[in-house]
Design a protein around this ligand. Structure first.
Ligand code: IMP
Length: 197
């Protein structure tokens, strides 16, 4: 059985742990490692698809593809409907500046709390091709921060069909339904089926 290596360009241990759990459904076909030495340059674009694609195209100019290894960078965004998709591609910046309290303040009195969490994976394949794979999870913005688990926006994001936030559910449950789970399962299916070589 071929064993594939997923090399994540990230220093975020939460992301790595979640990707390990998501890919554990594929019976040891995937080995997940972090590659903290390659820097992902954040290009300015309105869409996380374009950001992930451009960032991986830049990396592909300096990194050699390797057999059975998929180099993956992830760009995520929380798109709040009532705010026209804000913070979207600026989610990391807004998290650091306004923070969760700031988002809750902006959302106070707003009835439509619908939001979508999106993940775009920029992938460098073993044959040197650059592809983007996406996943999303619909939900709503909670009225207040709830829960201790996860990271980032987890305490204020309630996925569709649930009354608890990502931070209140266990990591296993989050990894069944999250934007990251959907993106990485699509990627894994494309790899295992031989479509993405
Ligand atoms: P990045 O593009 O992966 O850096 O993500 C953009 C922002 O979304 C960062 O502030 C992350 O902390 C946050 N984020 C990414 N994924 C998740 C998640 O699964 N839950 C909560 N916040 C997330």
């Amino acid at each position: 059985m071929t064993r594939y290596r997923i090399l994540l360009i990230t220093g975020n241990v939460h992301k790595k742990r979640e990707v390990e759990i998501i890919l554990s459904d594929y019976e040891s076909m995937f080995e997940v490692e972090m590659e903290p030495n390659i820097r992902k340059v954040e290009v300015q674009a309105d869409d996380i698809y374009d950001i992930a694609r451009q960032a991986m195209l830049d990396i592909s100019r300096i990194v050699k593809p390797r057999k059975d290894t998929y180099l993956v960078l992830e760009d995520d965004g929380l798109y709040i409907e009532a705010l026209g998709g804000f913070p979207g591609p600026y989610s990391e910046y807004v998290y650091r500046t306004l923070g969760l309290e700031g988002i809750l303040k902006i959302m106070s009195g707003i009835e439509n709390r619908s939001a979508v969490f999106r993940a775009a994976l920029g992938v460098l394949t073993p044959s040197g091709k650059v592809e983007v794979v996406q996943g999303s999870c619909r939900g709503r913005i909670a009225d207040s921060k709830r829960g201790k688990g996860g990271f980032g926006y987890d305490p204020i994001f309630v996925p569709l069909g649930y009354d608890i936030t990502f931070a209140e559910m266990g990591i296993e449950e989050k990894c069944k339904i999250s934007h990251r789970a959907r993106a990485f399962r699509t990627l894994a299916d494309l790899i295992v089926s031989g479509v993405l070589k």
